[in-house]
Design a protein around this ligand. Structure first.
Ligand SMILES: NC(=O)c1ccc[n+]([C@@H]2O[C@H](COP(=O)([O-])OP(=O)(O)OC[C@H]3O[C@@H](n4cnc5c(N)ncnc54)[C@H](OP(=O)(O)O)[C@@H]3O)[C@@H](O)[C@H]2O)c1
Length: 250
């Protein structure tokens, strides 16, 4: 019990952290949270660094494409170039999606969605295993899924990619349980730019979406527990609001 608390505290005070999809949305919020407590943070995004807004001064940035099969090797050599010999937290958050009738989706888009959201994370996990295993703390691989893994109208290939990721996370959790925590966290609808990028205009519905800062805080809190699966949806938000009323919120 004491050791568990010690591990949790160490993970809460994260050291070497990598976040993919850190140039926008939930990932950018997560980068701000981690940068507040470590100078050893590498964020990844497709856009060049000079196009980032509010990037933390003490964090470094790597421009790369998670859909590219060589991406994991490129990121690995960047990390080794920084002199890191281990990683405490690898947070695989980057994803894309396209909305619309599945019969209209192009083969190119289906490929891009699966390469970014499923194949890329699998290769990252494989290539970063040695650095995660080398952590003096209990390290954690966090895969960002989606409530869409259960199926989502107008997001068929995105939902399929997240369902695949959930299956991968379950399998890897079993494989690595003696050395590394593997978890998948499923955010609910969050007010980032993702929907517009996917071709969906939210309009007034946006106000019912979860605030990305809340999602990031909750994700960071779930990472500190290392538990294998959690959903960060409206139910969690409602529960936290009730807890806040009684002074016990996150
Ligand atoms: N927003 C929601 O309602 C919602 C709901 C459930 C789950 N999620 C999940 O939460 C995570 C974050 O979503 P978000 O809403 O924050 O999305 P977002 O605002 O669109 O941000 C996505 C991030 O991923 C990066 N990215 C996309 N494709 C990439 C690639 N091939 N290589 C490297 N980086 C790439 C983007 O980089 P660039 O902008 O530089 O290209 C950006 O930093 C995703 O896994 C998403 O599936 C979101």
């Amino acid at each position: 019990m004491l050791a568990y608390g010690h591990n949790m505290l160490k993970r809460w005070m994260a050291n070497n952290v990598i976040i993919t999809g850190a140039s926008d949305g939930i990932g950018l919020e997560l980068a701000a949270l981690y940068a507040a407590e470590t100078d050893s943070l590498v964020g990844v995004g497709r856009r060049p660094q000079d196009q980032l807004s509010n990037w933390p001064n003490n964090a470094s940035y790597f421009q790369g494409d998670q859909a590219n099969p060589d991406f994991a090797d490129q990121l690995l050599s960047h990390i080794k170039g920084l002199g890191w010999d281990h990683i405490d937290n690898l947070i695989v958050n980057a994803a894309v999606g396209e909305t619309g009738d599945p019969v209209d989706e192009t083969a190119e888009n289906i490929q891009l969605t699966l390469d970014t959201n499923l194949i890329g994370p699998i290769i990252l996990a494989q290539k970063f295993h040695p650095l995660l295993a080398a952590s003096p703390n209990r390290s954690c691989l966090t895969l960002i899924g989606s409530v869409a893994h259960k199926g989502a109208a107008n997001f068929a290939s995105y939902a399929a990619s997240k369902a695949g990721l959930a299956g991968f996370a379950r399998a890897l959790h079993e494989e690595w349980k003696h050395e590394i925590d593997v978890q998948i966290l499923h955010p609910g609808a969050t007010a980032t730019n993702m929907h517009e990028k996917a071709g969906l205009q939210l309009g007034k519905a946006r106000k019912y979406f979860i605030n990305p800062q809340y999602s990031a805080r909750k994700i960071k809190s779930e990472i500190s527990t290392g538990k294998p699966v959690a959903t960060i949806g409206h139910k969690a938000l409602a529960l936290d609001r009730v807890k806040n009323l009684f002074g016990a919120g996150v």
